[in-house]
Design a protein around this ligand. Structure first.
Ligand code: FES
Ligand SMILES: [Fe+2]
Length: 382
């Protein structure tokens, strides 16, 4: 993690000493209707469908035959670790008459049997068995494999690309973020706990809330606001993606007392934003991993998937206790403070869907999301 923080300490110390923060070049006005318009939502969904999306963690597919099923943007997926060790993403759709081939959420199986009429498929998607085949005419097995969705495993995550465009790599998509992300060794992690929350606000409000560096002292005065310095942050721009850094109070208190040393560089928090809907926040004991999915129809709803990732080798009772405590703090901050505030924004946006919301120069991470999204929407539409 030290390499991850390179250069961060000095810049944060300077900001704390000078009472400054990284600034975007200008303020940004975002139309309120971007949070309420069904047409706008459909254009955003096109962006999602034109790029790689993180649909699973590698650790969920530990061994050959391990699988998970889940619906992503309304598309039922069957995600499998094959005998070869590679991960494949299939439509979870039987090639007979379209039933879900696998109904369990996760498990390990040598092959998959559709429970409607018993067609079975291998882990590589090939049609394996067809009961009463002589009633079906000629079944051309070669043409009846499960439909495959382009996918790639990288940095401990499984990425699916619904665009159908061949030859695009996740590394290309990540660009400057690719090497940065590698340093986190997410492929060494497992999921300690996870939670799905259906939330009554636009998906961008949840991402905004997770990456906003201007609110901790106000909205979380008893929790995160006491731990993290407000409005003294760095923003690293990685093209579509980025990373924001904030200082823990432990660091800023020392800086103000003049007792800080480079060792204290560990007292800062980086929030890695993978465009458009993922952010990963490392803590001393685990990674918080947020995946925020738009609702397919309602701009005022979204589906939040939060995972805590750990290095299983470092897990002991003490650490488990610390992680449980972090979960309680997150739970309190998110569900009692952030989400209720974001719901008020959504309620106001629904009631008054005119004009703009203002993102100030020190709100660089949120600005970046909205600027990049606008750019991606224009590219997809072109
Ligand atoms: S729909 Fe799957 S076997 Fe018929
Ligand atoms: Fe918050």
């Amino acid at each position: 993690m030290n390499s991850v923080r390179e250069g961060v300490y000095d810049r944060l110390v300077t900001h704390i000493q000078n009472g400054t923060t990284d600034q975007a070049e200008a303020v940004l006005n975002v139309p309120v209707s971007n949070f309420t318009s069904p047409e706008h939502l459909q254009r955003e969904l096109e962006v999602f469908r034109h790029q790689p999306l993180i649909v699973a963690m590698s650790s969920e597919l530990a061994e050959p035959g391990s699988f998970v099923t889940r619906d992503i943007l309304g598309a039922p997926l069957l995600i499998v670790r094959q005998k070869s060790g590679k991960v494949a993403v299939f439509r979870n759709m039987c090639r007979h008459r379209g039933g879900k081939v696998e109904l369990d959420e996760k498990g390990r199986k040598p092959f998959f049997v559709c429970s409607y009429h018993g067609w079975s498929f291998d882990g590589d998607g090939a049609l394996r068995g067809v009961p009463f085949e002589d009633h079906l005419g000629e079944v051309d097995r070669g043409c009846k494999s499960l439909f495959r969705i382009q996918s790639e495993e990288r940095h401990g995550m499984v990425w699916a690309d619904f665009s159908g465009q061949e030859g695009r790599s996740v590394a290309d998509f990540l660009g400057a973020a690719d090497g940065k992300l590698a340093a986190y060794d997410v492929d060494q992690t497992t999921i300690y706990m996870e939670k799905h929350i259906d939330a009554a606000m636009n998906w961008k409000l949840v991402v905004d809330g997770a990456i906003d560096v201007l609110h901790p002292q106000f909205l979380h005065p008893r929790g995160v606001g006491k731990l993290i310095e407000t409005n003294a942050s760095l923003w690293e721009d990685f093209g579509r993606h980025g990373r924001s850094w904030s200082a823990y109070k432990k660091l800023s208190d020392k800086v103000r007392a003049g007792t800080h040393t480079p060792e204290d560089g560990r007292y800062c928090s980086g929030n890695f934003v993978i465009f458009p809907n993922v952010c990963m926040i490392p803590t001393p004991t685990h990674y918080e991993f947020w995946n925020v999915w738009p609702d397919l129809k309602d701009p005022g709803k979204c589906h939040v998937h939060i995972r805590f990732l750990i290095d299983p080798e470092l897990l002991d009772e003490k650490r488990a206790g610390q992680i449980d405590k972090s979960w309680a703090i997150l739970q309190q901050a998110a569900t009692e403070e952030d989400f209720p505030m974001e719901e008020t924004i959504q309620a106001n946006a629904n009631a008054y869907p005119v004009g703009d919301f203002l993102y100030g120069r020190s709100e660089a991470p949120c600005q970046h999301l909205h600027r990049q999204l606008a750019r991606a929407m224009a590219e997809v539409a072109a």
